[in-house]
Design a protein around this ligand. Sequence first.
Ligand code: FAD
Length: 489
Amino acid sequence: MKKISVIGSGFSGMSAAAFLAQAGHKVSVYEKNHTTGGRARAFQEQGFTFDMGPSWYWMPDVFEKFFGSFGKHPSDYYNLVQLDPGFQIIFGKDDVLPIPASLDGIYQVFESIEKGSADKLKKFMAEGEYKYNTGMKQLVYKPAFSWLEFMNLDIIKGVAKLDVFQSVSSHVRSHFKDERLVALMEFPVLFLGAMAKQIPALYSLMNYAALSMGTWYPMGGMMKIGEGMQSLAESMGVEFFTSSEINKIQVNGSTASGLLTASGTVSTDGIIATGDYHHMDQVLLDATHRNYNEQYWEGKTFAPSCLIFYLGVSKKIKKLIHHNLFFDTSLDVHAREIYESPQWPSQPLFYVCCPSKTDPSVAPEGMENLFLLVPIAPGLQDTEQLRQKYYNIIMKRIEYLCDDSILPYVVYNKSYCIKDFVADYHAYKGNAYGLANTLRQTAVLKPSLRNKKVTNLFYAGQLTVPGPGVPPALISGQVAAEQLLKSLK
Ligand SMILES: Cc1cc2nc3c(=O)[nH]c(=O)nc-3n(C[C@H](O)[C@H](O)[C@H](O)COP(=O)(O)OP(=O)(O)OC[C@H]3O[C@@H](n4cnc5c(N)ncnc54)[C@H](O)[C@@H]3O)c2cc1C
């Protein structure tokens, strides 16, 4: 039995800890914050329960596979419900597109907007299913140390069908003309941290995930997933230490031997570092043991950061559903202000989650729990005045588009932005979702899962393979744990 340390208690850290404990090791998880869950923590105020980060539960099969590895099922830990409609896109006051849960319903919506588009969507989804099955079963569970890992017969035979060299945007536009359908089909890849123009069409597997596999919600909130994973890990003997920041990884020769905390050094036989990769590599290690330098990180395309408001509202808002995308201004202009000339958006697009539509436990009776999110470029100036300015802009837009008075009913309001991501997670430039999954930052081209100079140190999480998002974080922890186990043998 080896003594293994996991730095960080987000999804990747909890996943790694569970697999390492299952292999019979003594695992300790060190978390700098006072609660576990990482970016998916929650907090309670005035009778509201706010999920701080993720709100979309997609790819339920990945969660089933994770819990299934331990003879469990998600329903052993939380009650999952499918949302119907899955989400809605608000293009204007009288131009709202709800997306039904069933594929047949979605085909009807497409056909009503653009003649012939239902058949095109069927073809698009069949390709998406192939990509999903190949991508999620054969590609993402690889450590991506070498391209040779991807050279199996199925992948070579199907490489043309995997569509690695055209963008999601051109793939979508070759099928659909109506700008609303284009926006709907391009939206799911925003989760990968870049615009559809920059993302290989392999990732239209996200459309299959979003439209065919459904949008789900764990009753009680997304933090129920983390609670379930922690309880599973603890049942196998994993110990969690919160308010326990790791300040240094100590290395002897080419072996990590200890972790420095405020209360002293803990010895270790192996480490999985799941906090933000840049911080783990550049700050916790001496220069001689780092995988990369600052120049390397400067050259990377980061996924956006965001400005968030957690609001308690003392009335019901009729026109909102659980997931609402406000796409009433130009996606292209907003994208340029994130990626090409980083600046605060001139006409922000934003997203509103209203979980109290599904879950009475997250708000007092008769009230709404709102989570407002505006994606912004990482590294922007973040001041109280700017946050207030955008609060006013967004709230006025919501009031107008929902035809409802909301501002006077806000009884709780907390903002969260770049400075908070840096303070809470040591996030490089205050990024929210890690690295973008562009072609030049896919698989072997991502920051490596292993430290090339320290044999028993591996990285996991949204800045390494397979990429940003909750399902990838679960997979990343598993793959890193498997590699550490191999190295210990
Ligand atoms: C606002 C927001 C909305 C999102 N929405 C979605 C969504 O709807 N669906 C989806 O699938 N994904 C979503 N994501 C992405 C998803 O939440 C993340 O990709 C995932 O949770 C990342 O998990 P992780 O384990 O890689 O990192 P983290 O959750 O960041 O965990 C890393 C942990 O390491 C800790 N740590 C850092 N440094 C140290 C140190 N020195 N010592 C000890 N501990 C340390 C941090 O405190 C943190 O708890 C969202 C993310 C954000 C921020």
